[in-house]
Design a protein around this ligand. Structure first.
Ligand code: HEC
Length: 129
């Protein structure tokens, strides 16, 4: 009898542990998700931080920033990957740099938040051809 009770208690504890671990996993994947951005809000923020180099409507400025409307790089990235890219930028020393011009981290605006970048990402998606 005692053996059976011990076994039951063991099974209960194992079950509780497995449930707890499963819950933790869900939380981690939620944190990694980029909040849904608003393209109109993003257009304003883009005007303040990115327009000087990437031009009106994201068509690029010769010698400053790349065309975003035809960028297959942007099209090929998830929102989370784009967020990480904008936060890091692409310096001249980066082997992926194609122009010999710096893309500064956060577009050179250290105060910009993840939420604001998410709005800009929605804007970048909206202008893609
Ligand atoms: C000081 C100028 C400058 C500013 C400001 C700037 N960028 Fe850039 N950006 C660049 C340059 C230059 C490149 C291209 C780098 C290279 O040669 O690969 C680039 C590349 C990019 C790319 C990759 C495009 C591609 O097809 O490879 C994205 C996405 C991007 N910028 C987003 C942004 C966003 C969003 C902002 C505003 C938050 C911003 N940039 C602000 C200069 C700038």
């Amino acid at each position: 009898m005692r053996k059976i009770i011990t076994l039951l208690v063991f099974l209960l504890i194992t079950g509780a542990l497995i449930t707890a671990c499963g819950g933790g996993g869900d939380e981690a994947s939620e944190q990694a998700a980029v909040p849904a951005g608003d393209a109109a809000e993003g257009a304003k923020l883009y005007g303040q931080t990115c327009l000087a180099c990437h031009g009106e409507g994201g068509v690029g400025v010769e010698g400053l920033g790349k065309d975003m409307t035809t960028s297959t790089f942007i099209a090929g990235l998830s929102d989370a990957e784009l967020l990480a890219f904008v936060k890091t930028g692409r310096p001249i020393g980066d082997e992926l740099n194609t122009t010999g011009i710096d893309m500064p981290p956060k577009g050179g605006n250290p105060a910009i938040t993840d939420e604001q970048i998410a709005h800009i990402i929605a804007y970048m998606r909206s202008i893609q051809k």
